[in-house]
Design a protein around this ligand. Structure first.
Ligand code: SF4
Length: 476
């Protein structure tokens, strides 16, 4: 369990491979390894050999779940894989993915990144028809729908199901002799595809995983597309028209994705750097240019933004926090006294870099507000003269229903408090958030992105009374 990580969580990373001449399970393992940041609580893989599908999934990191013995039993040229962030307790393994069932059309396995807004409704419909479920996951609902849909081919059955699915889904689907990559028509979550050096193709949530596998000619799976990987050439079907404008999750750029991710032609590291630059311009316009003596990031996702901030303000950039990347990646529970140390277990301060200085701290977001105060306290204890917080996105005042765990309205600090009240709560000398306009300038786009957690303007109408965020645990 991860007792110390209070950041918002992406639901999943997905991967699919068709490689006619390769040990596809081993490739899937290394691809999933590159997607570990998108989910650390469960991992799974299903492999097909043209006749049957074998699968293994478990709780924990990719390297814990897949041992050499397990890998030896996963044989074939087609595979899908999944890394998951999920709810706590006994539901962990039950909700791990892929989901696999036998259907009248042969075996079927599915792995999903996203959240269906209408899954409760679809689930009830299926239950009324006598379908039973073994988990609370919307992915199981999707799997059952695909198994029951009429249609001569899997492409047709997928297309029919897509017409009923409302929400975010980047999917990989495995049959006995094909991998399908599917993306919702709004394009909420990323999904990209590339050519493998030894022949065949791979599909993944992020370009970094494809690069790990040596892929070339990488492109996005377009919103509404179904791509079949079973021959040397890809078979592409535009199953649903792309919604215009699209609703790509802007938070992927701000926090989730690895900095080497290129999504819709935009590099995440560059966006983060520009977010820092825009924030610096907005702050200096308001406050002048004599705010701080040093700028430090909250590692790791805020490093490029702090570099951009320093570039514009000319405040020297330095490391202030050292993060223990491995704390929390353990099943050993901390003692009560250790748990009380909270973020101090995860971050140490380089005292010499902040002592007697006015410190500007760059962070990517404040969600619940539980981490910021303790971080500021660490800096003050280390002798910082002033602590100014600069956040590279606007206040998060609305929950996400499209697959990101931010909690509910009442959990979000910016839903309950004004910016000045938050500043007081976290005990900062000043607190700045980037504006929505500044954020879009950093992306160099006017539209095409979901910003609902900042603005409350959901790209799909959401009935707050009936829709779950899909998560139980709230964070940061
Ligand atoms: S609400 Fe926020 S986190 Fe959710 S999809 Fe939209 S931008 Fe992403």
């Amino acid at each position: 369990m991860n007792y110390f990580d209070e950041s918002p969580k992406e639901e999943c990373g997905v991967l699919g491979i068709f490689a006619p001449n390769e040990d596809v399970a081993r490739m899937t393992f290394f691809g999933l390894y590159a997607l570990q940041h998108r989910g650390q609580e469960a991992a799974g893989m299903a492999v097909a050999d043209g006749q049957t599908i074998s699968m293994h999934k478990g709780v924990g990191l990719v390297s814990h779940v897949f041992t050499p013995n397990v890998m030896a039993d996963l044989k074939g040229h087609y595979a899908i894989g999944h890394t998951r962030y999920s709810t706590t307790g006994s539901s962990l393994l039950r909700n791990a993915q892929p989901f696999m069932i036998e259907t009248m059309h042969g075996p079927l396995a599915l792995a999903h990144n996203g959240n269906l807004i209408n899954s409760a409704e679809l689930r009830n419909e299926l239950m009324e028809q006598g379908v039973g479920f073994s988990s609370s996951s919307d992915t199981e609902v999707m799997t059952m729908m695909l198994a029951r849909n009429g249609g001569a081919t899997w492409e047709e059955r997928i297309k029919t199901a897509m017409a009923k699915w409302i929400g975010a889904y980047s999917l990989v689907i495995l049959t006995r002799d094909c991998v399908y990559a599917v993306r919702d028509p709004w394009g909420f979550r990323p999904l990209c595809i590339g050519l493998l050096p030894g022949g065949g193709h791979a599909v993944a949530s992020e370009t970094g995983a494809l690069q790990t596998l040596g892929c070339e000619a990488i492109r996005d799976v377009k919103p509404g597309e179904v791509v079949s990987l079973s021959n040397s050439a890809l078979k592409v079907m535009q199953a649903l028209p792309t919604v215009n404008p699209t609703a790509m999750c802007i938070f992927e750029h701000i926090y989730f994705a690895r900095p080497d991710q290129v999504w819709d032609g935009i590099n995440v590291h560059h966006v983060r750097q520009r977010l820092g630059e825009e924030l610096a311009r907005e702050i200096t316009e308001k406050m002048g240019s004599d705010l701080g003596d040093v700028v430090i990031p909250v590692p790791d996702s805020s490093v490029p933004a702090a570099i951009g901030f320093s570039h514009v303000t000319k405040f020297p950039y330095n490391d202030g926090f050292i993060k223990n990347r491995y704390v929390g990646r353990t099943f050993i529970e901390p003692t009560d006294s250790l748990r009380k140390r909270g973020v101090a277990l995860k971050f140490n301060v380089i005292n010499e870099n902040v002592r007697d200085k006015r410190v500007v701290v760059i962070d990517d977001s404040i969600v619940r507000g539980n981490t910021t105060g303790p971080l500021i306290k660490l800096l003050r204890n280390a002798g910082a003269k002033e602590v100014h917080m600069a956040i590279t996105c606007p206040p998060i005042a609305h929950p996400c229903f499209m697959g990101v765990d931010m909690g509910r309205h009442e959990d979000l600090i910016a839903h309950k408090r004004t910016v000045d009240e938050i500043r007081e709560y976290v005990n900062a000398d000043s607190l700045y958030y980037l504006s929505v306009e500044g954020m879009m300038r950093a992306l160099k786009r006017n539209d095409g992105f979901c910003q609902a957690c900042f603005t409350g303007a959901y790209p799909i109408p959401v009935d707050m009374t009936s829709v779950k965020t899909g998560f139980e645990k709230v964070t940061k």
